[in-house]
Design a protein around this ligand. Structure first.
Ligand SMILES: NC(=O)c1ccc[n+]([C@@H]2O[C@H](COP(=O)([O-])OP(=O)(O)OC[C@H]3O[C@@H](n4cnc5c(N)ncnc54)[C@H](OP(=O)(O)O)[C@@H]3O)[C@@H](O)[C@H]2O)c1
Length: 199
């Protein structure tokens, strides 16, 4: 059955990229691509990809700089308001995740849906109940500010944890819809009141 997986690398302080959309913090890190959370094994199970416009433009620009062709054989849905160049297999879409979900699921077939990023798009999948799993490889680096990994409050279950050279690789299941009722805790906290209670 298709699972929707947010597979990504992150800094230790929870960013996908720095404030200038640079991935320099990531590209020099040591990883065994055949090891835990390696790309080859992961991509083999992917039936369709989704990504936001900034991520897509980074991939296109990277291809232009390195001469590497578009690297995905699976259909790729790019959420954007822009008229961007689109190689074969790329569909530019705008609007809500819910609106495009039937086409994404159909394109994925028996494979998984890879939410490439960014974080807000992954959050939009969660908002609509279409995020099943996170696979996050965390690099031993902080950047202080940048593009957030997942700007939501989620309750997750850690299902597996491995080291891949420089990276801490963690697999999480997104908790079931029932947990949304208890997380986040209702209402803002009154810190003065809590302080008085423990005095
Ligand atoms: N560490 C990693 O492994 C990793 C993984 C993925 C991404 N990244 C990096 O992280 C950064 C992510 O950038 P980001 O936070 O800006 O997120 P993003 O999702 O890549 O791009 C956000 C943009 O996508 C478009 N968009 C998103 N949702 C839309 C919708 N529902 N309808 C229409 N358009 C929509 C909008 O752009 P327009 O309105 O301009 O079209 C929006 O500003 C990038 O630098 C990327 O390279 C890193």
């Amino acid at each position: 059955m298709t699972a929707v997986v947010y597979y990504t690398a992150s800094t230790l302080d929870g960013f996908l990229a720095d404030e200038h959309d640079s991935l320099d913090w990531l590209l020099g890190q040591d990883m065994d691509h055949e090891g835990p959370m390696g790309y080859g094994e992961f991509i083999a199970g992917v039936g369709a990809l989704v990504m936001g416009a900034t991520t897509y433009r980074w991939v296109l620009e990277h291809g232009r700089r390195t001469g590497e062709p578009w690297g995905y054989t699976q259909p790729c849905f790019v959420f954007t308001h822009r008229d961007l160049p689109a190689p074969e297999g790329v569909r530019l879409v705008s609007g809500s995740v819910a609106e495009h979900w039937p086409a994404i699921a159909e394109a994925a077939g028996e494979g998984d849906v890879w939410v490439v990023g960014g974080g807000e798009l992954a959050g939009a999948f969660w908002d609509t109940g279409h995020l099943d799993r996170l696979m996050v490889s965390t690099a031993p680096v902080t950047v202080g500010a940048g593009r957030p990994l997942l700007p939501r409050r989620l309750q997750l279950t850690l299902t597996r944890l491995e080291r891949n050279r420089a990276f801490a690789c963690a697999w999480y299941d997104v908790a079931g819809p029932g947990d949304r009722e208890t997380w986040p805790p209702a209402g803002p906290r009154d810190l003065d009141e809590e302080h008085d209670a423990v005095r």
